[in-house]
Design a protein around this ligand. Structure first.
Ligand code: PLP
Length: 479
């Protein structure tokens, strides 16, 4: 037998797979067991990118080099530990271990899900998830949507649909030159992917007209008319308004009722960027933050942020489901719509992707295993924790918050006595935290000032961890 034949046999040998699989799961379970401050101090081991890359050079070749289970301990040791309660930086969540298993099984099956035939079970599960999520948004049976790979593509998809619905000509076929003056009004605090989407769809980034925000970083309702009028004076035709629920930097929820009223008065499409914050719909305590969403035209919702899912899984939802078919409409929408509507199960009509992972399956099996109340409890708990942390910061006397948190994002800074350059201090503190590696926080610049920023997205983070963070910061500041 040639070595190819031998390896092929080994690669698909059920017993070899079982053995390696058990080894891998055991290693991961041990890692999970140690993801706590008592058993592992470091949450990340920052390494120089060039040195990191060099250390992985030459480690595979024409024949087998290492078993996965032999490489895995090193991979874990040198990766970021998002399972650790002191990893509280970006909006990437701790993956629910069961959802990771769902991802594993999905990749094992590798049912592409571009069209029904390619992934029937996943397609059906995603249908049910979309129904459930549009119901939470307060929309009726006409609502529809799809899952796509991340909020950035989600915003792009929604804006494509908005353009196709609102433009007077068929820009999809005729090109942007057919209607060159289209614009969108966006919060000054919008995620960069919204402006990027405006550029990608050919409006140009300048056609993303900023609406100013108030002192708490909400889009100013009284600034909408001026932004609209300014755009019109500049020869633009605004077709959509993009509101945040919530914003990335500070987690501020725009007033969706005011946005919806303005959009209705001016004939604009209302898109809500709920990548981070739409999951608050799950929480009876916090769902009122999204009041007014029922009147929006579209919303995106990242389950890989506040729903504990491994990346990526984003829902792009439309109140009038027919619009879901317009984003990538290749024909006049009214013709395509009917045809496509009868083919809800062929998602490739409606997403950027052709082949997709079985992303919905991970969420579906997690909801089945733990129930929706578990996820509601999760959102409530992490939003509560942010408020508790803000209280701790306020009471400290030597820290301040940028704004009272509305979600689970908290921006704060250390006010070291006698320090003249507080911005430089926060940067220095963060750099030292990165080097020490026992907490992970990020930074944000708001109105020219530097803040430490954390996202309390890990359900195992406690107020004691956050108190320990403040202690660590004080210690570093005094060094
Ligand atoms: C994270 C985020 C995005 C981008 O989502 P990805 O899934 O990272 O592509 C878009 N908008 C907001 C408000 C976000 O917080």
């Amino acid at each position: 037998m040639s070595s190819y034949d031998e390896l092929l046999k080994k690669a698909f040998d059920p017993e070899a797979f079982r053995r390696e699989g058990h080894r891998v799961v055991d290693i991961l379970a041990d890692f999970l067991a140690k993801s706590a401050p008592e058993t592992r101090e470091r949450v990340l081991a920052f390494e120089d990118p060039d040195a990191m890359a060099a250390s992985w050079a030459g480690r595979f070749g024409s024949g087998p080099s290492a078993a996965f289970s032999d490489l895995l301990p090193e991979i874990l040791a040198r990766s970021n530990d998002l399972l650790h309660p002191r990893f509280i930086g970006h909006q990437c969540t701790t993956a629910l271990p069961l959802a990771a298993l769902g991802g594993f099984a999905g990749q094992f099956l590798n049912n592409g899900s571009a069209i029904y035939e390619m992934g029937p079970v996943n397609v059906a599960m995603e249908r049910q998830l979309v129904r459930w999520m549009t119901g939470l948004a307060g929309w009726g049976p006409a609502a529809d949507g799809v899952f796509t790979s991340g909020g950035s593509i989600g915003n792009l998809t929604a804006l494509l649909a908005a353009r196709q619905a609102m433009a007077e000509r068929n820009v999809w076929t005729a090109g942007v030159a057919a209607e060159p003056n289209l614009a969108v009004l966006v919060s000054e605090q919008c995620h960069y992917s919204v402006k990027r989407a405006a550029a990608v769809i050919g409006l140009g980034e300048d056609a993303a007209v900023p609406v100013p925000v108030d002192e708490r970083f909400h889009m100013r309702s009284d600034g909408l008319e001026a932004a609209f009028a300014g755009a019109v004076r500049a020869g633009l035709r605004p077709i959509a308004l993009v509101a945040n629920a919530c914003s990335t930097a500070t987690g501020s929820y725009d007033d969706l009722e005011a946005a919806a009223a303005f959009a209705a008065a001016r004939g604009l499409w209302l898109h809500v960027d709920g990548a981070h914050g739409a999951a608050a719909l799950l929480s009876p305590k916090y769902r009122s933050l999204l009041r007014g969403l029922d009147r929006a035209d579209s919303v995106i919702w990242d389950a890989h942020k506040n729903m504990l899912m491994p990346a990526l899984i984003t829902a792009v939802l439309f109140r009038e489901g027919g619009h879901s078919y317009e984003a990538f409409s290749q024909k006049a929408s009214y013709l395509f719509e009917k045809e496509a509507r009868e083919e809800w199960y062929n998602f490739a009509h409606r997403t950027m992707e052709c082949t997709k992972t079985m992303m919905g399956m991970r969420l579906f099996v997690s909801l089945a295993a733990y129930g929706t109340d578990f996820f509601a409890g999760y959102v409530t708990a992490v939003y509560d924790l942010a408020r508790e942390f803000a209280g701790l910061l306020r009471a400290s006397g030597d820290f301040e918050t940028a704004v009272e948190p509305e979600s689970n994002i908290v921006c704060f800074r250390h006010l070291k006595r006698g320090e003249t350059d507080l911005d430089a201090l926060q940067r220095r503190l963060r750099r030292r935290l990165l080097e020490k590696g026992n907490f992970y926080v990020v930074q944000a610049v708001l109105r020219g000032r530097t803040w430490l920023r954390c996202t309390l997205i890990n359900p195992r983070t406690t107020i004691a961890d956050l108190a320990a963070l403040l202690g660590e910061i004080r210690k570093i500041a005094s060094e």
